[in-house]
Design a binder for this molecule. Structure first.
Ligand SMILES: NC(=O)c1ccc[n+]([C@@H]2O[C@H](COP(=O)([O-])OP(=O)(O)OC[C@H]3O[C@@H](n4cnc5c(N)ncnc54)[C@H](OP(=O)(O)O)[C@@H]3O)[C@@H](O)[C@H]2O)c1
Length: 197
């Protein structure tokens, strides 16, 4: 599978490493262009390349991993997503650490409105970056990744990808009800759980 990355900070890099380890091709992107990603591409090896955001967005599965305040600019001007899968890893938190007031809406609902035609699956937002970077298979079990989304097939694809990385995906249901539970500040966020074998 080819996986695109929009944003290559701590979360994007950790997921790119694990995607390559699982045997996937990756297309990396940020706002500064492919030349700024040369060292990461070299670290990841022949399955990795750098591209523009538009090129990364053409992959079958795309991880969106930019800060909340940068989501609109990162997605600006992209063509319709044409049923491709976008994994929303983001949390509605500003750079000073304050939570954005979303009213009654969930963060992934708001992200999805900026992804016309995409099948949006929420995952990895509830783990700190250090836990995503860490080895997911521990002696006591596999690190849990919560997954929410409305499209069953898209969610199945993402769960298979997560399992191939070594994590234990747990399906919380639809994007709104499941997404709310795993959203930052909610009961299932920031939990470092292991699923025993
Ligand atoms: N850090 C955590 O522990 C953690 C855990 C789970 C989820 N999250 C969530 O995951 C998301 C990413 O977090 P992070 O910690 O990885 O952030 P980060 O380290 O600040 O990385 C953000 C990335 O987005 C890129 N970017 C910024 N503007 C962009 C644009 N317009 N187009 C394309 N790329 C752009 C940045 O690169 P350039 O500036 O070079 O473009 C950078 O590679 C956030 O929403 C955060 O809430 C974070």
């Amino acid at each position: 599978m080819t996986i695109g990355f929009i944003g290559l900070g701590r979360v994007g890099r950790a997921l790119a490493v694990k995607s390559v380890q699982a045997g996937n091709r990756v297309i990396l992107s940020n706002s500064r262009g492919p030349d700024s990603l040369t060292s990461y591409v070299a670290e990841l090896g022949p399955l990795a390349c750098a591209g523009t955001v538009a090129e990364a967005a053409q992959a079958e599965v795309v991880f969106l991993a930019v800060r909340w305040a940068d989501i609109s600019s990162a997605l600006q001007g992209l063509p319709s997503w044409n049923n491709r899968i976008v994994v929303d890893t983001n949390n509605p938190i500003l750079s000073d650490g304050t939570f954005v007031d979303l009213g009654e809406k969930t963060s992934s609902e708001l992200v999805a409105t900026q992804l016309p035609g995409a099948r949006v699956v929420k995952a990895f937002n509830s783990l700190f970056a250090a836990w995503i970077e860490d080895e997911p298979v521990q002696p006591a079990g596999k690190r849990v990744v919560f997954v929410s989304g409305d499209d069953v097939e898209a969610k199945h694809t993402v769960k298979e990808l997560i399992a191939a990385m070594g994590f234990a995906p747990i399906d919380l249901g639809g994007l709104v009800e499941g997404g709310r539970l795993q959203q930052a500040g909610q009961p299932l966020a920031a939990l470092n759980l292991l699923l025993t074998n």
